[in-house]
Design a protein around this ligand. Structure first.
Ligand code: F6P
Length: 339
């Protein structure tokens, strides 16, 4: 059997450990692996190569994706799905697609068009409803937290409030987890609109009580009451997503103006998507790789892997990409109590 593998969408630390595990388990089971370069773009142009254990055996600690990635969307291209499926048929009997809602949405469309495909959940946003964790999220939180620990000390030295903008698109998981882990004074995220006046009052109160510096974590997708997203420009990507960014800078200027307290902002952005994966993401990656080959061997096409509690399970791609996982009420209550 020949199986192709690709990674699509934004990269995430932990993808390489999945690739490594897939290739090794495939080898043990006499499956030939074909690497597809740059996500769906590699199946549009048929950019592929034989994937050997020797190529990937040192990938356990490497960030990024050895297979490269892109945000190419075949659904938006003329005959895109047919081209992908014809090209895949030339080189393999099935496909392992690793990605978030966009990539797995395409995988589901392919499955509905008769393609043998299984999915692996990946994104630092952790916004896939089907799984408790997506690969890359744990590393991204840890990097964010260690960055905030550093930002805190310089904020303290200068008696400033520091606004830290983090990625996450329309879900606040990255902001919520990193904000809680780093003891942030305020955590602002898309699921709970914020009021600038309330924020300024809270900061003035903290200052009045003797706190001279502090941390505000804000998700790139956070919105003011009555307001909308802050975007970098008007462009949309191939999946129709806006390019979020700039909300932290906007907020820090308003805080400084309204409170008179010196405030700075920093955008962590892609920094937390790069570098070595955490031990959790390496082990999780190994488990996902093994799980993906088990799905292939069982011919469980149209399924994707999920993590529920500590168990790796699977569910249909159709179910798995149906809705986004957003910050739940228990976290929202907790944040109200702690900030
Ligand atoms: O989906 C992952 C993500 O990192 C989002 O958090 C962010 O909005 C987006 O990708 C950034 O995309 P790009 O790497 O194309 O700038």
């Amino acid at each position: 059997m020949k199986i192709a593998i690709l990674t699509g969408g934004g990269d995430a630390p932990g993808l390489n450990p999945v690739i490594r595990s897939v290739v090794k388990v495939a080898k043990e089971n006499k499956i030939e692996m074909i690497g597809i370069k740059k996500g769906w773009a590699g199946l549009i142009e048929l950019d592929h190569f034989p994937l050997k254990w020797e190529d990937v055996k040192n990938l356990h600690s490497e960030g990024g994706t050895f297979l490269l990635s892109s945000r190419t969307n075949p659904i938006k291209m003329e005959n895109g799905i047919k081209r992908v499926s014809d090209n895949l048929n030339q080189v393999a009997d099935g496909l392992i697609a690793m990605g978030g809602e966009d990539t797995l949405g395409v995988a589901n469309e392919l499955y509905k068009n008769g393609v043998n495909v299984v999915g692996v959940p990946k994104t630092i946003d952790n916004d896939l409803f089907s799984t408790d964790y997506t690969i890359g999220f744990d590393t991204a939180i840890n990097i964010t937290v260690s960055a905030i620990d550093r930002i805190r000390t310089t904020g303290k030295s200068h008696e400033r409030f520091m606004v830290v903008e983090v990625m996450g698109r329309h879900a606040g998981w990255l902001a919520v987890h990193s904000g809680l882990a780093s003891g942030a004074d305020l955590i602002l995220y898309p699921e709970e609109k914020y009021d600038v006046q309330e924020i300024c009052e809270k900061i003035k109160k903290l200052k009045h009580e003797g706190q001279k510096s502090g941390i505000i974590v804000i998700a790139e997708g956070a919105k003011e009451k009555e307001g909308s997203h802050t975007t970098q420009n008007k462009e949309l990507d191939a999946f129709g997503h806006v390019k979020l960014g700039g909300v932290g800078e906007k907020l820090s200027k308003v805080i400084e103006k309204n409170t008179g307290i010196e405030t700075r902002h920093i955008v962590l952005g892609h920094l937390v998507r790069g570098g070595t994966p955490s031990a959790f993401d390496r082990v999780y990656g190994a488990r996902l790789g093994y799980g993906a080959i088990k799905l292939v061997l069982g011919k469980k096409w149209g399924q994707m892997l999920t993590l529920r509690g500590t168990e790796i399970r699977s569910m249909s791609l159709e179910e798995g990409v149906k809705e986004l996982k957003t910050v739940t009420n228990d976290y929202r209550d907790l944040i109200r109590q702690l900030t």
